[in-house]
Design a protein around this ligand. Structure first.
Ligand code: HEC
Length: 199
């Protein structure tokens, strides 16, 4: 065999091994993963909110994958136990994220269950966390002089500049917050009857 042919064959073999180890085998392992007991499917508003989370680019700054203590002290930070494949059974596409400019959000629904807090924080993060570098999302809200029946008005901390007398959440904002509140993996990770310590 010519040395070029051997080089090419070796390269193709390495590519094949790498593709199966990094892409094919992980896919086959998690493809049919059944949901863990305790994991609820998303409702209609939560699914719309998930689309907002994608559209607004939240995934670029927030991960959804707390890890074990050997790897990172995520549990001590209050981000929850390390997740397993069964925690993502309803997540298509997954939103694991690769950046942690902001905190991990896999358990934000358990950590911060207040709708008002989330709405106000989306309207102006720096009103809640001084110095926050999270962008504000004012276009998810409407300025109103009067509150109509059915409106969800946001109560902002004193001193936050407002364009109208009231700030009212749009449906997109309410859906997004419904999704954030649904992020809660605080049930135990029990795999095939075998309870694992995943802290
Ligand atoms: C440029 C990066 C960036 C983007 C984009 C971003 N965030 Fe953040 N986020 C942060 C940072 C930094 C913090 C921590 C400071 C704070 O709470 O404001 C944070 C905090 C949060 C928190 C509070 C977390 C906690 O543990 O208290 C929530 C909830 C949140 N972000 C949701 C969102 C949502 C929803 C979006 C998309 C609409 C988004 N973020 C987009 C950077 C970002």
């Amino acid at each position: 065999m010519k040395s070029e042919t051997r080089l090419l064959a070796g390269g193709m073999l390495m590519l094949g091994v790498a593709t199966s180890a990094l892409v094919v085998i992980p896919y086959l392992t998690v493809r049919d993963e059944s949901p863990l007991a305790g994991l609820k499917p998303y409702g209609a508003a939560e699914l719309r909110g998930r689309q907002q989370y994608i559209a607004q680019g939240c995934v670029y700054c927030h991960s959804q994958q707390p890890r074990t203590k050997n790897f990172a002290p995520d549990f001590q930070r209050g981000w929850g136990r390390a997740t397993v494949a069964g925690d993502y059974a309803h997540d298509t596409p997954h939103l694991l994220g690769t950046m942690r400019t902001g905190p991990d959000l896999m358990n934000i629904g358990a950590r911060q269950p207040s709708e008002q807090w989330h709405l106000g924080h989306l309207y102006q993060p720096r009103a809640y966390v001084p110095g926050s570098l999270m962008p504000s999302y004012p276009y998810l809200f409407e300025a109103r002089d009067r509150i109509e029946p059915g409106d969800v008005a946001v109560t902002l901390p004193p001193g936050v500049p407002m364009r109208g007398r009231h700030v009212v959440a749009t449906r997109d904002a309410l859906d997004l917050v419904a999704y954030l509140k649904s992020l809660d993996r605080s049930y135990p990770a029990v795999l095939d009857g075998d309870r694992r310590d995943l802290r």
